[in-house]
Design a protein around this ligand. Structure first.
Ligand SMILES: Cc1cc2nc3c(=O)[nH]c(=O)nc-3n(C[C@H](O)[C@H](O)[C@H](O)COP(=O)(O)OP(=O)(O)OC[C@H]3O[C@@H](n4cnc5c(N)ncnc54)[C@H](O)[C@@H]3O)c2cc1C
Length: 392
């Protein structure tokens, strides 16, 4: 069964890409997976696990070699995100935020000085990244933000609050969006990259979570925080296309992570169904259980194909693939959520016991439905493309 599934997931990968998958899977299963449940119980940020990533080049798959990265094609980057997410969503998030949102933006829109300053440190694991986008009044309507950037001599003063900011306390680089003129809506949005340790007046507060406590989510407050002109990414007022580009690659890596999470639910549910007995037989022999497993496999493969197609389109040189990004993000995150639910059904009551991992996947998958555009937003975008109301 496992060999059959492996054949399906690998059928359109090159030899090199298969090798990367095998290497990352072996590393993830031996170096990360055995520790995740303990970190989870202790609600602890996995610093020690993150430190293992640079040796395999896993912190810089989208960073060119000239900056110390392990630059690879976009499809392989997706496979890396998939395999890391299959064992731990926090580790996968570290890689995805750093590469898709921050390094990708620096490479496309940064100055040479900004790239030289930050990219080598990201690849070496010395600079963890946070993306400060979401605000208390909303994360979907990003063109209508409240955080302001006011021009002063030599730089800008930031004022406002960002919420749900992953990795904030550990980050050495913030990617921040603020508006220079709320009246200009998305044309006022400006992107900044800066080291949070140099930001006087910036405070990081706890963002209390009922669950998902390892991600170290935080509230970030900016009160007259000075950032120099060199911190502007692109042009003042030119942040919205930067955000769009960052989110396009971000949606790809989040979708790939969701494929990994969907796969994990299968990997957990199949052996359990084969082992657990009821009414004198293995529950795997009940057709209703088989039906769930069949659906889990089918939706994972469907999501994987959408993600790999998107990776291939980007590798072919299409930088923005908004429709395909929305399709991949929507279907992969829904697959992860539904697979977690079906997996939980197979585990029965044990799905919510501390002994088994399957229940944890549900909250993680649901959160992935929100990040980088909610499912509602992607449905709206897909419909607008279909109706001819949107072309890019
Ligand atoms: C675990 C976790 C980690 C996160 N990490 C980060 C991070 O590192 N950085 C960061 O900036 N943010 C982060 N976020 C925030 C995340 O990106 C937002 O939660 C997301 O963008 C949605 O914003 P919101 O929660 O404010 O919902 P809202 O924007 O308030 O939306 C509420 C509801 O309204 C719906 N809705 C809104 N607009 C429309 C529309 N036009 N059409 C249809 N429905 C609509 C939404 O789909 C949703 O169901 C994280 C969130 C979680 C849960």
């Amino acid at each position: 069964m496992t060999a059959l599934l492996d054949r399906m997931m690998d059928f359109d990968l090159s030899e090199d890409q298969r090798l990367v998958r095998q290497t990352v899977r072996r590393f993830a299963e031996s170096e990360i997976l055995p520790h995740v449940e303990r970190y989870e119980r202790e609600a602890r940020y996995p610093t020690e696990l993150i430190e293992k990533l640079p040796a395999l080049g896993l912190l810089g798959p989208m960073i060119p070699e000239q900056y110390g990265g392990s630059f690879t094609d976009v499809l392989t980057y997706g496979v890396i995100c998939e395999e890391l997410a299959r064992v731990d969503w926090v580790i996968a998030s570290v890689v995805s935020v750093a590469n898709s949102l921050v390094a990708g933006s620096l490479l496309r829109f940064g100055t040479q000085a900004q790239r030289d300053r930050y990219l080598p440190g990201i690849a070496r694991g010395e600079i963890l990244c946070s993306a400060c986008l979401t605000e208390p009044r909303g994360g979907t309507d990003l063109g209508n933000m409240d955080t302001t950037a006011t021009k002063v001599d030599g730089g800008w003063l930031l004022n406002g609050t960002k919420v749900f900011i992953s990795h904030a306390e550990h980050a050495r680089l913030f990617f921040i969006v603020a508006t220079i003129d709320r009246g200009r809506k998305h044309k006022g949005v400006t992107a900044f990259v800066a080291d949070p340790r140099a930001m006087k007046g910036m405070t990081i507060g706890e963002f209390p979570m009922r669950t998902l406590k390892r991600d170290n989510l935080a509230e970030v407050h900016f009160e007259d925080v000075f950032v120099p002109d060199e911190a502007v990414l692109g042009e003042p007022g030119g942040g919205f296309p930067i955000l769009g580009s960052a989110l396009d690659l971000g949606r790809y890596s989040v979708a790939a992570r969701c494929v990994g999470q969907s796969q994990r639910a299968i990997d957990l549910a199949v052996p359990y169904a084969l082992e657990r007995t009821a009414f004198g037989q293995r529950i795997a022999e009940f057709q209703l259980v088989q039906s769930k497993i069949a659906d889990m496999v089918a939706r994972t493969e469907q999501a994987r194909l959408l993600v790999y197609r998107l990776g291939r389109m980007k590798d072919a040189g299409l930088e923005r693939c908004s429709l395909e990004s929305s399709l991949a993000k929507l279907k992969a995150s829904q697959a992860a959520t539904q697979n977690a639910l079906d997996g939980m059904a197979i585990f029965g009551g044990y799905s919510v016991s501390a002994e088994y991992e399957i229940g944890r996947l549900l909250m993680e998958a649901k959160a992935l439905e929100f990040g980088e555009g909610t499912s509602d937003l992607h449905q709206k975008l897909i419909a607008e493309f279909a109706l001819g109301l949107r072309t890019s």
